[in-house]
Write a protein that binds this ligand. Structure first.
Ligand SMILES: Nc1nc2c(ncn2[C@@H]2O[C@H](COP(=O)(O)OP(=O)(O)O)[C@@H](O)[C@H]2O)c(=O)[nH]1
Ligand SMILES: [Mg+2]
Length: 344
């Protein structure tokens, strides 16, 4: 039931997420402990990133009474080595510089608070940029989410977790096994669909992914599904190959539901740090990506990627994965995130 708490706290989630609106607030009011549990999950998931960031910041400011150029240089290095990314780091440092110039004496405690502040503000701006991605969910048609990303990023797991949340919220969910590359991928998805209480549509291994997507949408429409989640293979053969494959799936889906897919969710493995940036670059070039899910933040100190990626790409981070469990997919809330990173 964690989901309701998160929906309640994240006012920026639009469209698809509005599906839950009627339920969430009453649910959340009844269960304040749910909010607490979800916060604890997030804290635990980000623990390594937080530890890494803190110990590095502490080292950068050790023995200094003021924030001078050298401290800023070191802070810059801390952010870059925490996978925030160069462009975003430069922006953050510039802002801190301005504030230091204004406020003169700033100690290390305050530096932490300013950093917290500036990162939250940056992420707010990133969110502002993507307002045009507001989604227009229509009644009576399944809402189609195509899930893309490289092999191993966490697509299937994220689909399983998401399906479970949707089913619990009373939605009828169809899942399309369009990763037909390996038999194991279809089996793995079947296990998740079963656990989640969703219906999976598949063909045998090696069949045409676009054909599976087509079947899934047909079936979803015929059975009055609310949401369709399409799993895809993450083969990054080359840009043109990837583009062709994704375009073909999209075109076929649009034959069944003209404006499908309503959302293209790129799943990125957050523990790969800079590699996740590179993947975001390749996929956004190959197809229109409308949202991001960043997984595996629990096992890594590279959680800073969430900050950089949300700033660098004009795509909102919708979800973060903080564990392999069915409940360990969180709706991304920048306030909660920054609080979890910098909270005491
Ligand atoms: N620790 C952790 N593991 C995850 C998370 N998301 C996915 N995984 C694991 O990552 C591996 C690859 O996930 P999978 O969904 O098969 O990736 P796919 O190839 O993109 O479909 C699996 O072992 C998952 O259990 C997460 O948020 N945290
Ligand atoms: Mg998979």
């Amino acid at each position: 039931m964690t989901i309701f708490a998160l929906f309640y706290t994240n006012v920026s989630i639009m469209g698809f997420f509005d599906l839950f609106k009627s339920k969430k607030s009453s649910e959340e009011e009844q269960q304040p402990e749910v909010v607490e549990q979800s916060r604890r999950d997030l804290d635990a998931g980000l623990e390594k990133t937080k530890q890494g960031l803190f110990s590095k910041i502490a080292r950068a400011v050790a023995g200094r009474s003021t924030v001078d150029a050298q401290v800023l240089d070191e802070l810059e290095e801390v952010l870059i080595t925490s996978d925030v990314g160069v462009d975003t780091t430069v922006k953050i440092i510039e802002r801190i510089e301005e504030r230091v110039a204004r406020d003169k004496y700033i100690g290390s405690e305050e530096l932490q608070a300013i950093l917290h502040d500036e990162i939250a503000r940056l992420m707010e701006e990133a969110e502002g940029k993507v307002e045009s991605f507001g989604l227009d969910v229509k009644e009576g048609m399944p809402y189609v989410v195509m899930v893309v990303g490289v092999n191993g990023a966490g697509k299937t797991t994220t689909i399983g977790k998401l399906a479970a949340q949707l089913v619990r919220a009373g939605k009828r969910v169809y899942i399309g096994a369009a990763d037909t590359f390996r038999a194991a991928a279809i089996d793995q998805l079947a296990v998740w669909a079963e656990r989640a209480g969703a219906t999976m549509i598949s063909q045998q291994m090696g069949s045409d992914p676009a054909s599976v997507a087509y079947d899934t949408l047909k079936s979803a429409v015929a059975n009055g599904a609310d949401v369709v989640l399409i799993d895809t293979a993450g083969r990054l053969h080359n840009k043109v190959g990837l583009m062709n494959e994704l375009t073909k799936i999209r075109n076929v889906m649009a034959k069944v539901i003209p404006d499908a897919p309503h959302e293209v969710m790129l799943v990125l493995d957050g523990s790969t740090g800079q590699n996740a940036f590179e993947q975001a670059r390749q996929f956004t070039a190959a197809t229109k990506v409308t949202s991001l899910a960043i997984t595996k933040l629990d096992g890594t100190a590279k959680g800073g990627v969430v900050i950089g990626i949300s700033d660098s790409f004009r795509v909102p981070v919708r979800y973060i994965g903080v564990g392999e469990g069915i409940d360990q997919l969180k709706i991304f809330d920048r306030h909660e995130f920054v609080k979890a990173l910098f909270g005491k």
